[in-house]
Design a binder for this molecule. Structure first.
Ligand code: ZN
Length: 199
């Protein structure tokens, strides 16, 4: 039986024609190009917005009620919708996962993640209460002392990285915000390599 690794056939979302994979004139990447209507179907990184919510030096984490990583702790974050600013998306995700609106969020960190092609826009905000009942995406919402974070039960490496940076910020060892970092994540094991640049 012939084995090959050709990409599955794709079709133009506008006219339904079979897509060709080629490099448009003047471009430097192979793209999905429609030979009928000429549309180039660009694929670009996904943008995720999220928040580090603090109450009296405790950080809020949500226990995931959805896959992937069901039952693991995470910061509220999710894919941005069209028509949203980053801070609006972070507030919406916080509401969806933690159940309460946070009115003021400030930029905290920008992380790019390879090879998953994601960019994280992380904000942070301080709240004067812990009345976060949780949303349908969370089993539980809790505030953790910075020395009580459940490191082995975190959902994603980027969550651990952002928490480590928040702790450094809280301890006064980061000079200014936002911080900008780059991570390469091994999809098959929880190892990461990180470069962080301080602005
Ligand atoms: Zn087309």
């Amino acid at each position: 039986m012939k084995q090959d690794f050709e990409l599955p056939q794709r079709f133009c979302r506008y006219c339904g024609s079979k897509i060709k994979f080629e490099m448009p004139i003047g471009d430097d990447h192979q793209r999905e190009v429609c030979p009928t209507c000429g549309v180039v179907h660009y694929e670009n990184p996904k943008v995720i917005a999220g928040a580090v919510i603090i109450h009296q030096r405790k950080v809020m984490l949500c226990k995931r009620a959805i896959s992937p990583r069901y039952g693991k702790w995470t910061l509220p974050a999710g894919f941005m919708e069209l028509g949203e600013h980053g801070s609006e998306a972070a507030k919406r995700e916080t509401f969806e996962e933690a159940g309460t609106w946070v009115e003021k969020l400030s930029p905290f960190a920008i992380y790019t993640l390879l090879p998953v092609n994601q960019t994280y826009l992380m904000y942070f905000g301080e709240v004067d209460h812990v009345n976060f009942p949780g949303g349908i995406e969370s089993l539980e919402v809790a505030f953790f002392d910075l020395d009580q974070i459940p490191w082995s039960e975190l959902a994603f490496p980027v969550v651990a990285e952002i928490l480590r940076k928040y702790i450094a910020y809280a301890e006064g060892t980061l000079e200014s915000l936002p911080l900008v970092g780059e991570m390469t994540i091994d999809r098959f094991s929880p190892t990461i390599s990180t470069n962080t640049y301080y602005h």
